[in-house]
Design a protein around this ligand. Sequence first.
Ligand SMILES: Cc1ncc(COP(=O)(O)O)c(C=O)c1O
Length: 446
Amino acid sequence: MSGKNVTNAFEEIIFEATNAEARKYIAGGVVSLNRKVDPAIIFKQGKGSKIYDIHGHEYIDYHAAFAPFLLGHNYDPINEAVMDVLRNDLSLIGSGTNELEIRLAKLLCGMIPSFDRVQITNTGSEATAHAIRLSRAYTGKEDIILMIGGYNGWHNDVARAVMPSLKQLGPRVSPGQYPFIPSSAGIPEGVKQKVHCINFNDLASVEYVLQRYPVACVLTEPVLQNIGVVLPQPGYLEGLLALCEQYDAVCVFDEVKTGFRSALGGFQQVSGVTPHLSVFGKAIANGYPLGVIGGKKEIMELFDDKDPSRRVLIAGTYNAHPLNTAAALATIGILQNPQVYAQISDISNLLYRGWETLFAEKGIPAVVSRNASASCVYFCEKTPQDLYDILEHHDFEWDLRWRRALIGKGIYLIPVACKQNSVSYAHTKEDIARTLETTREVLKEL
Ligand SMILES: Cc1ncc(COP(=O)(O)O)c(C=O)c1O
């Protein structure tokens, strides 16, 4: 499929030539292979709620670069804070601490219920890798529990298929576990054997694994937001924490996606369930690369244990780079105004209600599952509660068709079934009206 808004043959040729040039030099033709999608549009700019392709065609963006842009693309006050760092020569020194990172750490510990202490990384994947290693060191155990349909980064311990097929998974089991279906070649067998994949919202299976294996941690997104938006059932997160405590496993929430999108204190603040460790990323610095791991003092202080045999390594040349740290501080400063969350919520609800009305008018079975500004339309009768519900009932083919049709008319939902849509502070009522009008047109045509 060609790029959207390709209005003439010349534009088509440019798109094709640029993609061909990329394939010549970039392995796979895109950087980060999750970005390989069809249509393979080449984007150039983003401002507020809009992104622009190389021909200057405008799209209202709900992809938000896989979700970090809670305030919108290139939000001026964040960029100003970053430019201040440059203007003031606040360089990365790589020795000792500095005022910016102390301010950020203090703010995070004050805001996020589980944070007594923090460490700062560049990405969410680094933060989840540290969470697993810390948990292993703390408990002296090596196995881990992950959720099917969850994503926690790219490293060996967590690289399982996010959306495996029913055939790969086999029949639903409860209590029980599923095979580790790697999303990458090159993962040692020994690593796979220590990873236990279970179904979300299924406490019986958590206990099943905890009883049988020496589990260091249960690592889960509190809301599964890499297969759309799958919410925890009432009591699930509480039960998970209680089981971890009963079996001496560390309860880790991966809030890389839920993070600041749910609230400044993460989904743990919304749910009232405080895990032992948690990791944040993405929206925390509104598009600048920053990850955070934090949690209980006695676990986090293993990073600096006096006994070298107990000490857990954390290192990284670019950790807490001043540009990213300043971006996070500025993001938090803006989000501390409650009106910002209120506006994002109002705008998000306009979209959700509008979509629900349009699908109902058309008699299309669809549910809009949501967690604050994150949402996903599932084309099925009931809101899914786990990956099986999606695999069994969601119309994947229709999902892709409506995404591509919307892209063709200037509304960008990433053309991958079940991926989250993200509304930002920059989205306006006009954006939502245009999105709904376009949806109406698309539904007529499909
Ligand atoms: C829930 C979750 N955890 C971890 C990660 C990894 O974060 P990063 O891509 O910054 O390494 C992601 C990325 O999409 C994510 O969604």
